[in-house]
Design a protein around this ligand. Structure first.
Ligand SMILES: Cc1cc2nc3c(=O)[nH]c(=O)nc-3n(C[C@H](O)[C@H](O)[C@H](O)COP(=O)(O)O)c2cc1C
Length: 186
């Protein structure tokens, strides 16, 4: 197996409960963001945008997620609200995954979402190499993110990237066979 294949297989979703109680070094955060910036991009629109949250900004976002959850549910559960708060407390850095729509709309929106997702995969693989646990979370509240964080014109929030150093060892998540997903045509 090559280094890259190993890294791809070792990449896992690691949740805040698995994070160590120490801040992520700025240098490591910059490496992760720099990797994102090398994602492929049709017509070089570079649609990925990020907002790096730390300290009390994470707790404030957690509280926003709680309020959004309560507002959306007929009978919100205390267990779930506590879980959302606890995740914020355990998170060392959170990156809001945003996509900026080229005002000229030179490429279809799905291509911009795809390019942003590829940037996130680069971040995820870099985190794997650096021993940073992370995962992409996409609660319904992301559609209301503009109520909490200033989003520029054309910017949409696609998710939250939770991060924290983690030495929790996880086996690769079992997938169905690739043979069932591929047709060879000649
Ligand atoms: C676009 C996207 C959105 C996701 N949203 C969530 C989410 O809201 N909650 C969650 O627990 N995991 C979320 N995940 C992570 C997946 O659950 C996870 O990748 C999947 O279970 C496979 O596990 P692995 O990442 O460890 O291989 C998301 C992943 C992607 C790509």
């Amino acid at each position: 197996m090559s280094i890259i294949q190993n890294n791809i297989k070792e990449r896992r979703s690691r949740f805040p409960g698995m994070y160590e109680d120490r801040p992520i070094e700025k240098d490591d955060i910059l490496k992760v963001l720099s990797s994102a910036n090398y994602a492929p991009t049709h017509r070089k629109t570079e649609p990925w945008r990020f907002k790096v949250l730390q300290g009390s900004a994470i707790q404030a976002l957690g509280e926003f997620l709680v309020q959004e959850y309560i507002a959306a549910e007929e009978s919100p559960s205390e267990f779930k609200t506590n879980k959302i708060r606890k995740k914020a407390v355990k998170t060392q850095t959170m990156i809001l995954i945003c996509m900026w729509r080229d005002p000229e709309e030179r490429v279809p929106e799905w291509e911009e979402v795809s390019a942003t997702a590829m940037a996130v995969q680069n971040m995820w693989l870099t985190c794997t190499e650096l021993g940073i646990g992370c995962y992409w979370s996409s609660p319904k509240a992301i559609h209301n993110m503009h109520k909490h964080i200033n989003l520029s014109e054309g910017e949409t929030c696609l998710g939250l990237f939770y991060m924290g150093y983690s030495s929790v060892d996880l086996p690769p998540y079992e997938r169905g066979s690739i043979d069932d997903k591929v047709e060879w045509i000649s």
